[in-house]
Design a protein. Structure first.
Length: 257
């Protein structure tokens, strides 16, 4: 009798383990699929994710190889590259209407700020996200457009702590075919979607990308200033109308900010 009970218990244990593994694999693949399908519909740029692994027991997770592409017309291959990121969430919230993420830490991302002095790639992606979430303010004379269906897909989120640290930015000035790399200060956002309604993935993307774009513009100012001085020097020696226009474009770019 004891052997029968032991075998039944062992069989049930194996079933539980297999079920846990199946749910784990399904959850990871579902999140990866969501990032690579809903993400591009919101940002209007390609997004690729190598892998994500989330533990249902501890709530810890790892993200590896996230690449965010650039809008059409921009020359650099990507706008954001993340080698790895870690997250901690409340396991009990995974199957609830709002997923509670305690922390997200993004380490050492590489961000590309590409500009032709008329605009930049990060601002364009941010505008795409705002249009998707219905918060675009580029046309103040018109009422905000309703969010596209893709922006409302998926669960609502709460992110208590979001940190981006050790980032570096590649400044690419396509008009002059010049580039430079500068470090970015750490970005720390808290209490995102802590209300009962939470926030959508599109709204979370907008908040994070808005902060990245703001910091990127601020930190690129010194690099752009050096390029501006170089352009003015070239204008005196070469008397180039093109360079004069570029120098004016640098000033106009930062006046908009």
């Amino acid at each position: 009798m004891k052997k029968i009970i032991s075998r039944i218990f062992l069989g049930l244990l194996i079933l539980v383990i297999l079920a846990a593994v199946a749910v784990h694999l399904f959850l990871d693949s579902a999140v990866k699929r969501g990032v690579e399908t809903i993400g591009p519909s919101v940002t209007k740029v390609p997004i690729k994710l190598n892998s994500i692994s989330i533990s249902l027991l501890s709530g810890s997770g790892k993200v590896k190889g996230l690449t965010v592409g650039n809008p059409e017309g921009y020359k650099t291959p990507s706008s954001i590259q993340v080698g790895s990121a870690s997250l901690e969430l409340s396991p009990g919230s995974i199957f609830s209407p709002k997923v509670v993420i305690k922390s997200i830490v993004v380490e050492g991302p590489e961000i590309t700020f590409e500009t032709d002095f008329k605009g930049n790639n990060l601002s364009k992606i941010l505008d795409n996200v705002q249009k998707s979430s219905g918060t675009s303010t580029n046309e103040p004379s018109k009422p905000a457009q309703p969010a596209e269906p893709a922006a409302n897909q998926g669960k609502k989120l709460e992110v208590d702590d979001f940190v981006i640290k050790g980032a570096k930015m590649h400044v690419s000035v396509t008009t002059l075919n010049q580039s430079a790399t500068v470090p970015l200060p750490d970005i720390h956002l808290t209490n995102l979607g802590t209300g009962p309604e939470g926030i959508t993935p599109a709204e979370l993307t907008e908040r994070v990308l808005s902060e990245i774009e703001k910091v990127a513009v601020q930190q690129s100012a010194s690099v752009m200033g050096d390029i501006s001085k170089g352009a003015q020097f070239m204008a005196r020696d070469v008397q180039s109308n093109v360079v004069n226009k570029v120098t004016k474009g640098i000033g106009d770019l930062f006046k908009k900010k």
